[in-house]
Design a protein around this ligand. Structure first.
Ligand code: NAD
Ligand code: GLY
Length: 349
């Protein structure tokens, strides 16, 4: 016997990304701000002057990628149960991408899913992580391997928060801006070459442009069935580097910077990208003092780790390779020997 269950859905998950100074926002529901001591120390007072809620709690979790795990998620959920949060309650992610990913994930599973809002405070989270609804956490197998697509109800990007960002974190955010340009917009890339994002007006323009690119990609391919995978340019390599170095040596954006240079080397070998284009990309990364080299100690284990990438299958590894500046090729047809040759060339650096 077969029983049909009709579940055809029309869901409108649209939301607005506001880039402006935070002011006079009220949430008419029980609300928890999820943050960490660093962000709270710098900016919680500012936030509490700008937002209010029917009932407002602050839940503070430890700061760091190494805490983006089940233990921290459990701690967030426990707090929500203790405060009797219900299905109408709201979470606010107030921090960088780590807080954003974990808050979104907690929101996606608490009582099978509640609303959340992103208030990103790092450059990386303003231009990338806060937009698009990818949420999750790391485990011993690798990075972001557990999670859910759960769109925020709104994103509020206030440039003021960036004033306290350490320079390494700033550069890490630039890496994701470069990623957006290389993958989707050659004009934006040329603009990045000509302009210095240490200027706050120009930085605001770059944030807006990056958010527009990301919003457009996510609107076309929310669940990463095709186009959105392009935003993983550099990440296939970066996730292995982050895991190998136990999240201690490189910031995510720094690993992405190295990963983009590695992807470019592979694209060069496959004659997709020219030497000149690869050099233009590397030069922008160097302009912001981002790392561009990595010592691949064990080629076989680095290669094997690609199989844990979410885009890979049991037998195939998917690479996102630039074909030119402003366009990428998504391919699972790269000979392992060619990839290993490229990895070997990094061993010597
Ligand atoms: P992060 O969240 O760890 O923040 C970096 C550091 O800056 C932290 O110590 C944080 O406390 C501190 N900080 C945050 N705001 C600050 C401020 N205004 N002033 C001073 N210090 C501040 O790192 P990140 O780079 O923002 O995010 C990286 C994470 O984002 C990774 O886990 C990555 O996987 C994830 N990510 C997710 C997506 C997505 O689409 N969901 C996209 C890209 C990256
Ligand atoms: N950061 C990649 C994505 O959101 O798809």
């Amino acid at each position: 016997m077969v029983v049909d269950i009709a579940l055809k859905k029309v869901v409108d998950d649209s939301y607005k990304i506001t880039i402006d100074k935070l002011k006079d926002i009220h949430f008419d529901t029980k609300t928890a701000i999820i943050t960490n001591p660093t962000v709270a120390g710098f900016h919680l007072r500012y936030l509490l002057n700008a937002i209010s809620a029917k009932e407002l709690y602050v839940i503070t979790v430890p700061d760091g990628e190494e805490y983006k795990n089940q233990e921290t998620i459990d701690m967030i959920l426990e707090n929500l149960f203790n405060h009797r949060f219900n299905r109408n309650s709201l979470l606010i992610a107030f921090g960088g991408g780590v807080i954003g990913d974990m808050t979104g994930y907690a929101a996606s599973i608490y009582q099978r899913g509640i609303d959340f809002i992103q208030i990103p405070t790092t450059l990386l989270s303003q231009v990338d992580a806060s937009v698009g609804g990818k949420t999750g956490m790391n485990n011993t197998y690798g990075k972001n391997l557990v999670g859910a697509f759960h769109q925020p109800n709104a994103v509020y990007i206030d440039p003021y928060f960036l004033s306290t960002l350490p320079s390494r974190e700033f550069a890490a955010g630039i890496a994701e801006i470069v990623k957006m340009a290389v993958t989707f917009d050659d004009e934006f890339f040329s603009w990045l070459e000509e302009n210095d994002l240490n200027n706050t007006t120009l930085l605001a323009e770059a944030v807006k442009k990056s958010v527009e690119i990301k919003a457009d990609v996510v609107s076309k391919d929310e669940k990463e069935k095709g186009l959105r995978a392009a935003l993983n340019y550099g990440h296939t390599f970066a996730h292995v580097i982050e895991n190998e170095t136990e999240y201690k040596t490189y910031l995510h954006g720094e690993a992405v910077s190295i990963g983009m240079v590695m992807a470019n080397a592979l694209a060069l070998k496959l004659e997709l990208l020219t030497e000149h284009e690869a050099m233009r990309i590397k030069n922008i990364l160097l302009k912001y003092r981002l790392p561009v080299s990595y010592d691949v100690k064990d080629i076989e284990s680095f290669y094997e780790a690609f199989y844990l990438d979410k885009k890979s299958s049991d037998t195939m590894i998917t690479f996102i390779l630039p074909e030119h500046i402003g366009g990428v090729k998504i391919t699972d047809e790269v000979d392992s020997a060619v990839v290993k040759d490229v990895l070997r060339s990094f061993k010597a650096l």
